[in-house]
Design a protein around this ligand. Structure first.
Ligand code: HEC
Ligand code: HEC
Length: 187
């Protein structure tokens, strides 16, 4: 190898290494920002009005970042038999909502809760319920059934916003939980 070429190659290598390190560093910063941010917003809030209206009329409008893409696809292909309800949409609305959900699903989000959700699922696992995700089940395992299914003011763990006061903002933080008929949840 010619000495000149060697020097150029060494400089290039050094440059790439430094460049890579600077990336690692900014990752750390992102993580810090993410931690700050996720204290108030654990998943990215909804920003699609059609979704909010159509899928938030019977229950809490679950944020897209609470389920992986494959789950949303499965849910959206069986809306005529949606948990014993008919939740069918016209084709145009169906398309917009499916796009919205799959573009913002948990596997594509960097939000803290979405990452926890993805980590707790095995590859290709696509639950139809958020409440069937291992991470979500684990987080609620200490709550006695009488405060959920046995509680007429809640009746189902699916009603996130009954207990999580900032659920609509995408925040499920432990310091904003109040179980109806029970009060503040202290660990
Ligand atoms: C006609 C009423 C109705 C509409 C409209 C509706 N749903 Fe539902 N959905 C239900 C019922 C009922 C359940 C079961 C709730 C329970 O078990 O407490 C449910 C449950 C769910 C769950 C699982 C919640 C859990 O337990 O984790 C998801 C996700 C969901 N719906 C998504 C959607 C989406 C997406 C749309 C819009 C395309 C939609 N829903 C529209 C009635 C509806
Ligand atoms: C009956 C009230 C209730 C309902 C309904 C409920 N949660 Fe919770 N959730 C809690 C309580 C209480 C805790 C804290 C449990 C503990 O610390 O042992 C919690 C914890 C969590 C956590 C972990 C919080 C943390 O800081 O570690 C997440 C995430 C969460 N819930 C999401 C959800 C989602 C999503 C839904 C709806 C699909 C939901 N919850 C429905 C009461 C509820």
């Amino acid at each position: 190898m010619k000495p000149k070429l060697f020097i150029i190659l060494s400089l290039l290598t050094a440059f790439v290494v430094v460049w890579g390190l600077s990336f690692a560093d900014s990752d750390g910063d992102d993580d810090k920002n993410m931690r700050l941010w996720s204290r108030t917003t654990g998943v990215s809030p909804n920003n699609n009005i059609l979704y909010q209206q159509e899928c938030g009329s019977c229950h809490f409008a679950y944020q897209a970042g609470l389920l992986p893409e494959q789950s949303w696809r499965a849910i959206m292909t069986q809306l005529d038999e949606h948990f014993d309800e008919n939740a069918e949409l016209d084709p145009q609305e169906h398309k917009e909502i499916l796009n919205y959900l799959t573009n913002n699903s948990a596997d594509k989000s960097n939000a803290r809760r979405s990452r926890h959700i993805m980590r707790s699922l095995s590859p290709n696992q696509a639950p139809l319920r958020i409440t069937n995700i291992p991470y979500i089940k684990k987080e609620h395992r200490e709550i006695p059934a009488r405060l959920i299914t046995g509680n007429p003011k809640v009746s189902s763990l699916s009603n996130c916003d009954n207990c999580h006061q900032n659920a609509a903002q995408g925040s499920f933080s432990e310091n904003a939980i109040k179980i109806p008929g029970y009060g503040k949840w202290d660990d």
